[in-house]
Design a protein around this ligand. Structure first.
Ligand code: 13P
Ligand code: MG
Ligand code: MG
Length: 373
């Protein structure tokens, strides 16, 4: 059977500032999504939050970009928005930018990652295991370095040297600055590894949209590579990207994919979407309450049964003492960066400042400069 995994997330309100959604908002989403499972519209679901973003994971047979599935997620977010508004929560409905989606929530605010594949539990996928990533307080480029290393660098993924992966992977990269159309480029690792790096070094402009096996033509990764501020034309919060990553067998193993996250690398986002701060791995359903935020990422693993159901339990990868060291490192790197306040790399460059207000302040001053004789 052809199975589609759809991961759709939105920030539609949070408690006490941009920290976490309320239990009531999550209940509203779960109620609506459970109803769709009950009616047989989708097969299974998993609703979680990372910081102030609610992520809905669904399995179904309706394919990618399915109007019914997207509307289902949209309506679930609308109900959560109603509850957020009723309780006076912060940023109610923040990511629902259009009045109603025209059958597809892409470009309407929510972040979308989807993968459709043949699911019959025979070779080359005798077992289907995958991970969902959700990151808060950062943009889609936050995944550039870790997924490049996981899918193109044998120093991180020794599995790339095995026959099933040695031909490498195709990276589909999108240019997030250009919003009149979707501009994408496909480059093959390992031959084009340096070219891929040349683009992915710019986290704010270029992002990986998908990664596909060159041997099996199976998609391994899908990332919600949209930029809300490019789409909406004004600041509406950071994009806070989600990603689906299939693992094992013909793809890298979880440990190979997660090793790069021990870097707690600096990414754009954080407070007011305007700073560079380290990405800290956290358990799923963690609020963002640290000093000066800290961008966070969660990762949950699932297996998929023959009929498309998720394993009863999910593996919460970052909910493990093994990650305490990385979390301490992230805090340390954050304190170092914050000690220089607004200076240089501590904040994003002028062109990337998310809040229009920063730009307005500088523009007002620019007008007052006078050429000296
Ligand atoms: P969110 O995009 O998660 O709402 O964060 C907004 C922000 O600017 C944090 O300071
Ligand atoms: Mg928010
Ligand atoms: Mg958020």
């Amino acid at each position: 059977m052809r199975i589609t995994l759809s991961l759709i997330k939105a920030d539609v309100g949070s408690i006490g500032g941009h920290t976490q959604p309320s239990a009531d908002m999550l209940a509203a989403v779960r109620e609506r999504i459970d109803g769709a499972v009950h009616e047989g519209m989708i097969i299974d679901s998993y609703v979680s939050y990372t910081g102030d973003d609610i992520a809905i994971l669904m399995s179904h047979t309706r394919g990618e970009d399915n109007a019914g599935v997207h509307e289902l997620a949209w309506n679930a977010f609308l109900e959560a928005t109603d509850r957020a508004r009723r309780d006076g929560l912060y940023g109610a409905g923040q990511d629902l930018l259009a009045d109603a989606p025209s059958g597809n929530v892409r470009g309407a605010g929510p972040a979308v990652a989807e993968i459709e594949f043949e699911h019959d539990l025979t070779k080359p996928r005798p077992a289907e295991s995958f991970m969902m990533f959700a990151a808060d307080k950062c943009g889609p480029g936050a995944y550039n370095l870790p997924f490049y290393l996981g899918f193109a660098d044998p120093m991180y993924c020794a599995g790339l040297m095995l026959p099933k992966m040695i031909r490498g992977f195709t990276f589909r990269i999108i240019d997030m600055e250009r919003t009149d159309a979707d501009y994408a480029l496909e480059l093959d690792a390992p031959e084009d590894a340096y070219r891929i790096a040349a683009l992915l070094r710019d986290n704010e402009r270029f992002a990986i949209e998908s990664i596909t096996s060159r041997t099996y033509s199976d998609k391994a990764v899908s990332i919600s590579a949209q930029r809300l501020h490019s789409i909406a034309g004004e600041y509406t919060g950071k994009d806070d990207p989600v990603a689906l990553v299939r693992n094992q067998g013909i793809f890298p193993a979880p440990e190979e994919l997660l090793q790069p996250f021990t870097k707690a690398h600096y990414v754009g986002g954080d407070a007011r979407g305007s700073h560079n701060m380290p990405l800290m791995p956290v358990p799923v359903n963690t609020a963002v309450t640290g000093a000066y935020c800290l961008p966070v990422v969660s990762c949950v693993g699932f297996s998929l049964s023959a009929d498309g159901h998720f394993s009863r339990e999910a593996a919460d990868f970052f909910d493990n003492p093994a990650w305490d060291e990385t979390r301490r490192k992230a805090q340390h790197k954050a304190l170092e960066m914050r000690s220089q306040g607004w200076s240089g790399p501590a904040m994003l460059p002028y062109t990337e400042l998310e809040y229009g207000g920063f730009r307005n302040t500088v523009e007002e001053l620019l007008e007052q400069f006078r050429a000296q004789d």
